[in-house]
Design a protein around this ligand. Structure first.
Ligand SMILES: Nc1ncnc2c1ncn2[C@@H]1O[C@H](COP(=O)(O)OP(=O)(O)OC[C@H]2O[C@@H]([n+]3cccc(C(=O)O)c3)[C@H](O)[C@@H]2O)[C@@H](O)[C@H]1O
Ligand SMILES: Nc1ncnc2c1ncn2[C@@H]1O[C@H](COP(=O)(O)OP(=O)(O)OP(=O)(O)O)[C@@H](O)[C@H]1O
Ligand SMILES: NC(=O)CC[C@H](N)C(=O)O
Length: 703
C-alpha cells in the first residue's frame, strides 16, 4: 500500500559568487551541489545568475558571458552524474530566438530538464535588469529550444518558457525568479493554484537597511502562509565586485512556517542547509481553504514537463519528527550596520589582494565609524575562524593573500588597519586625543604627523609664482576657502603615500586600500573638499546619514567594548580647517552648512526615495516642521539645501565607490541618475515664495 507520507529533503544554499569569475563560481556551485547531495537532498536551489555572477552589468551585453556560462553549465551537467538523484536548479543568461533572458536552469543526472526565463525584471534602486534582458511574456507557454551543438550536450534541445517540472512520482517544482516575488501578482500564487508542490526562487537581492524584514517575513513567509506549499528562497551572499552587498538569508518555508534560514552576514563563501518536508501537509493546508479550491479549479493548466526520477525519498522514516518551525533572525538597521559593511570590506579586501586598509583618522565621527567598521570586520573574521577551528572546517574566506588568518582580532586589526592623525595648526587637542584613544582601543597601527610644513611649502610655491599669499583675515571668501582646501587636499596626497609605503616599512608585501569617510549628508550638500580625503578607494559609509552613523557608533561602543567612541559621538563635528579662537574650535559643520545633520537626514530622504523637488519638499516639511519652525525658516532651509546641492552636485560625479546601504545614496555613478550642471531653481523657488505669501495671507485672514 502506498505510504501516507510524501517526504523529501530539499536544500538551499548561498554562494559568494563574483561577476565573471566563472572558474570560482563553478567551484562554489559544485561544492554546494555535492554538499546538498551528502545531506541527502533531492533538490538543490542556487541564486539568480549564479554562473556568471549577478553583477556582470554591461558584461551581459557580451557574447563571452553567454558562451562561458554555457561552458560552465556543461561542466555542471557532467558533474551532476555523480549525484544522479539530485535535481539542480542554477541561474544564467540564455538567448532564445535572438533575445536574452535571465533564467533558472533545471538539470538532473546530465540532462537539462527546463529553462525558465524571468517573467518580471527588476529596475528599482540600483537594479538595471531591463538594460540587458527582456522579460518572458508568454505565460504558461513553453517551446523546444535548440541547444548549440558546440557546447557538447547529449541532448539537442530543451523546453524553454513558463513551465513546471514533474517527477515520476508526481512531485511538481515551479519557479518564481527574484522580482516575481515582489510584484503585485506574484508567480507563486498561480503556481499554488495549479497545485505546484515546491516553488524555487533564485534571487540576487542586495542589502539595504531593514529590507530583509520585508523579503523574508512579509514576502516569503507571507506568501507561503497564504497559499501554502514549500517555498525555497535562495540568495547570493557577499560582494560580487560592486558597491552592493548581497545579504543571503536563503530560506526554506512550508505553509508559512520557517524551517531554515541561512545567516545574513557570515563570511563563508558557501553555505548549504536542508530540511525534510512532508508534501502531504501542503495538500491538507490548501484543502482547508475552500475559496482557494474554487479559484484553483478555474485556472488554465501550466505546462508540466515530466522527468525520470523520484522526489519522494523512501528512506526518510515516517517515524522521524519533522523539523520544527524556527523564529526568523531579524537584526535592527543599526545592528545591520555592524555586520554588512564589515563583511563587504573583508570580501573586497581579499579579492583585491591588497594588504589592508589605510584610514586618515581625524578623531571625528565619520573616520571613527570607518575605522570601527574595519575593527568589526576583524572581529567577524577571527570569530568565524575560531568556530571553524572548533568544528575542524575550512573555507577560502579565512585566507588573506594565501595566509590563513588567526583567531585574535587585536592581531589582525594591528596588521591590516593603518591610521594616521594628520594635525595642522588648526587641529585641537580634543580631536587628537579622540583619534589616539580610538586607535589604541581597536589596536590599529597608528601614528600622528604634522602637515603644516607641506601646506607652507605649497603656499610658498604659489607665492613665488604669483607674488601673493592668501589670508584667513581677508574678506574674500576665495582666499579662506583656498587655505582650507589646501590642507584638506594635502591629507589625501599623504594618505596615498602612506598607503603605498606603510607595508614596505614593515617588511611586508603589497599596499593598502585607502578608505574614505564622507557620509551621505555632507556629500549631498557638497560640504567636502573635492579630491581631499573624500576621494579614496572605497567608502563604507558613503550612503549612510550622520544620524544613523551616530547610532552605529553608540552601539559599537557598547556591544564591542570600545569606550573611546562615547567621547567621539558626543563631540561637535568640525572640519578644523580654520584658525582656532582662544585655543578652541570656532568652526562647526552644522554652523557652516546652516542645517543640522538631523535636518539633512530628513531632507535627504525626502529627495530620494521620497522623490521630491524643492516645491514638494517644502510642502512636505510644512507638516513635519511647522511646529518648530516658521514658514520663513522652512522656506529658507529648503532653498539653502537646494542651492548648496545644485552648486556642489558635481562632487557626486567623483564620489568614492561606497557600500550601498540606503536608497537615499547620492552616488552619481549608478544609483542616482541626475545631471550635475544645474540651472537655478527660479520657478520652483518662486512657487515656494508665492505659497508662503498665500499661507501667510490665509493665516492673517483667519486671525
Ligand atoms: N559646475 C562644476 N562642475 C565641475 N567642477 C566644478 C563646478 N563648479 C565648481 N567646480 C570645481 O570645484 C571646485 C570647488 O570645490 P572645492 O575645491 O571642493 O571647494 P569648495 O566647495 O568651495 O569648498 C570646500 C568646502 O568643504 C568644506 N569642507 C572641507 C573639508 C572637510 C569638510 C568636512 O568637515 O567634512 C568640509 C570646507 O569648509 C568648504 O566649505 C572649483 O574650484 C572647481 O574646481
Ligand atoms: N586631522 C586629521 N587627521 C587625519 N585625517 C583627517 C584629519 N582631518 C580630516 N581628515 C580626513 O578628512 C576627512 C574629512 O575631514 P573632516 O574631519 O573635516 O570631515 P568629517 O566629515 O567631519 O569627518 P570626521 O567626522 O571623520 O572628522 C576625515 O573623515 C578624515 O578622513
Ligand atoms: N534581482 C531582483 O529581481 C531583485 C528584486 C527585488 N526588488 C530585491 O531587491 O530583492
Amino acid at each position: 500500500m502506498a505510504g501516507f507520507h510524501r517526504r523529501t529533503r530539499l536544500a538551499v544554499c548561498t554562494v559568494n559568487n563574483w561577476a565573471l569569475d566563472f572558474t570560482g563560481n563553478l567551484e562554489r556551485i559544485v561544492k554546494t551541489c555535492a554538499e546538498s547531495f551528502t545531506q541527502g537532498a533531492r533538490l538543490r536551489l542556487g541564486p539568480e545568475l549564479e554562473i556568471p555572477g549577478y553583477g556582470c552589468a554591461d558584461h551581459f551585453f557580451e557574447r563571452d558571458t553567454e558562451i562561458h556560462s554555457w561552458q560552465c553549465l556543461k561542466t555542471l551537467s557532467e558533474k551532476s552524474k555523480q549525484w544522479p538523484e539530485l535535481v539542480i536548479v542554477t541561474g544564467m543568461p540564455i538567448r532564445f530566438r535572438g533575445l536574452l533572458y535571465n533564467c533558472l536552469v533545471t538539470l538532473k543526472d546530465g540532462c537539462l530538464l527546463l529553462i525558465r526565463p524571468k517573467l518580471a525584471l527588476c529596475d528599482d534602486d540600483v537594479y538595471r535588469e531591463s538594460r540587458w534582458f527582456v522579460a518572458w511574456s508568454e505565460k504558461a507557454t513553453t517551446y523546444e529550444m535548440k541547444i548549440d551543438p558546440e557546447y557538447g550536450f547529449e541532448q539537442d534541445s530543451v523546453p524553454f518558457g513558463d513551465g513546471v517540472v514533474e517527477s515520476s512520482d508526481g512531485v511538481s517544482i515551479g519557479y518564481e525568479i527574484c522580482e516575481e516575488l515582489w510584484t503585485a501578482q506574484s508567480s507563486h500564487i498561480d503556481l499554488a493554484l495549479r497545485g505546484v508542490d515546491i516553488v524555487c526562487n533564485g534571487s540576487g537581492s542586495h542589502h539595504v537597511l531593514g529590507k530583509s524584514n520585508r523579503r523574508i517575513n512579509q514576502l516569503v513567509l507571507g506568501g507561503s502562509g497564504k497559499v501554502g506549499g514549500v517555498y525555497l528562497y535562495c540568495n547570493h551572499r557577499g560582494c560580487d565586485g560592486d558597491r552592493v552587498y548581497y545579504d543571503g538569508m536563503s530560506t526554506i518555508a512550508h505553509n508559512g512556517r520557517l524551517l531554515v534560514q541561512l545567516p545574513q552576514f557570515d563570511i563563508e563563501d558557501t553555505c548549504v542547509s536542508s530540511a525534510v518536508v512532508d508534501l502531504r501537509e501542503t495538500q491538507s493546508f490548501r484543502s482547508r481553504i475552500a475559496s482557494m479550491r474554487n479559484e484553483a479549479a478555474s485556472r488554465p493548466a501550466l505546462p508540466f514537463i515530466p522527468f525520470n526520477g523520484k522526489m519522494v525519498d523512501p528512506f526518510i522514516s515516517p517515524l522521524d519528527p519533522l523539523p520544527t518551525e524556527i523564529e526568523p533572525v531579524q537584526l535592527s538597521p543599526t545592528e545591520e550596520l555592524c555586520e554588512g559593511p564589515p563583511a563587504w570590506l573583508w570580501h573586497y579586501l581579499r579579492r583585491s589582494k591588497m594588504g589592508g586598509f589605510f584610514v586618515p583618522l581625524s578623531g571625528g565621527q565619520d573616520s571613527a565609524a570607518v575605522a570601527t567598521m574595519v575593527r568589526l570586520m576583524a572581529e567577524k573574521v577571527t570569530n568565524s575562524v575560531k568556530k571553524a577551528d572548533e568544528n575542524k572546517t575550512d573555507d577560502p574566506s579565512y585566507y588573506l593573500n594565501g595566509e590563513r588568518v588567526g583567531t585574535n582580532a587585536d592581531e589582525l586589526t594591528n596588521k591590516i588597519l593603518h591610521t594616521v592623525y594628520m594635525a595642522s595648526e588648526h587641529s585641537s587637542m580634543e580631536t587628537r586625543k579622540c583619534a589616539d584613544d580610538l586607535a589604541r582601543e581597536i589596536k590599529a597601527s597608528h601614528s600622528s604627523i604634522f602637515i603644516d610644513t607641506a601646506v607652507s611649502a605649497l603656499l610658498g610655491i604659489f607665492k613665488l609664482a604669483q607674488g601673493f599669499m592668501p589670508s584667513f583675515t581677508s574678506s574674500d571668501n576665495r582666499e579662506t576657502m583656498a587655505l582650507q582646501n589646501v590642507q584638506a587636499r594635502i591629507r589625501m596626497v599623504l594618505s596615498y603615500l602612506f598607503a603605498q609605503l606603510a607595508l614596505v616599512t614593515k617588511g611586508r608585501t603589497g599596499g593598502l586600500l585607502v578608505l574614505g569617510s564622507a557620509n551621505v549628508d555632507e556629500s549631498l550638500v557638497g560640504y567636502v573638499t573635492k579630491y581631499d580625503c573624500s576621494s579614496a578607494d572605497l567608502n563604507p559609509i558613503g550612503s549612510i546619514c550622520k544620524s544613523d552613523l551616530r547610532k552605529f557608533l553608540h552601539l559599537a561602543s557598547e556591544k564591542y567594548g570600545i569606550p573611546s567612541l562615547k567621547a567621539i559621538v558626543e563631540s561637535v563635528p568640525t572640519a578644523e580647517l580654520r584658525p582656532l579662537v582662544d585655543g578652541k574650535v570656532a568652526q562647526t559643520d552644522e554652523g557652516e552648512i546652516g542645517l543640522t545633520y538631523d535636518e539633512l537626514s530628513v531632507i535627504g530622504s525626502l529627495r530620494k526615495p521620497g522623490l521630491m523637488g524643492p516645491y514638494a519638499m517644502f510642502e512636505a516639511l510644512l507638516s513635519l516642521w511647522s511646529a518648530k519652525y516658521s514658514l520663513d525658516e522652512i522656506e529658507h532651509k529648503v532653498k539653502l539645501f537646494y542651492r548648496r546641492y545644485a552648486v556642489n552636485r558635481h562632487k557626486a560625479t567623483v564620489s568614492t565607490p561606497a557600500y550601498h546601504a540606503e536608497a537615499y545614496s547620492c552616488d552619481d555613478h549608478r544609483n542616482d541618475h541626475r545631471p550635475f550642471l544645474y540651472p537655478d531653481f527660479s520657478l520652483q523657488f518662486d512657487a515656494i515664495s508665492a505659497k508662503v505669501k498665500d499661507l501667510k495671507e490665509q493665516h492673517f485672514k483667519t486671525e
